[in-house]
Unconditional design. Structure first.
Length: 147
């Protein structure tokens, strides 16, 4: 199928729209031509590296709440704990955050928050108990001995 040549004005419009951030489907709608014609003109005018650079410059990456993958800033670790994202680089285990808010201070590194019912995702205050690492280990050894 032969492609019909576009006028110089339309060709220049293709380049302007593409460099302005328009996607090929937008250019097709605006100029009333087909996708393959637009693609061929872009291939003639830009190297693959130039096209990638233009596309990267014009893409607005969706982050946080705008992303379709957003799950409320919460995730479950492989051990079943709920983890909360405070910022792009900082996250905290939810049970530690709940206990810190209850105590009104940051937890010490030596302090451990124990889940009374054994469900690591149940972060209600009534299910959490502040303990030391040594006490927590003893408690878990006793629980294993019962089973």
């Amino acid at each position: 199928m032969a492609q019909t040549p576009l006028t110089l004005q339309k060709v220049n419009q293709i380049y302007e729209l593409f460099e302005g951030g328009a996607m090929i489907t937008d250019i097709v709608k605006k100029l009333g031509t087909n996708r393959e014609t637009i693609r061929q003109y872009l291939l003639k005018h830009y190297t693959p590296e130039e096209k990638r650079a233009i596309v990267r410059k014009n893409i607005r990456w969706l982050r946080g709440k705008d992303s379709p993958n957003w799950k409320g800033g919460r995730e479950i670790t492989k051990d079943g704990y709920v983890c909360i994202w405070l910022s792009r680089k900082e996250k905290i285990l939810e049970h530690r955050k709940v206990m810190e808010e209850h105590l009104g201070r940051k937890l010490k590194r030596s302090e451990v928050v124990h889940h009374i019912n054994g469900n690591n995702a149940d972060n209600r205050l009534v299910n959490l108990e502040l303990t030391t690492f040594a006490e927590d280990i003893k408690r878990h050894k006793l629980e294993r001995g019962k089973q």
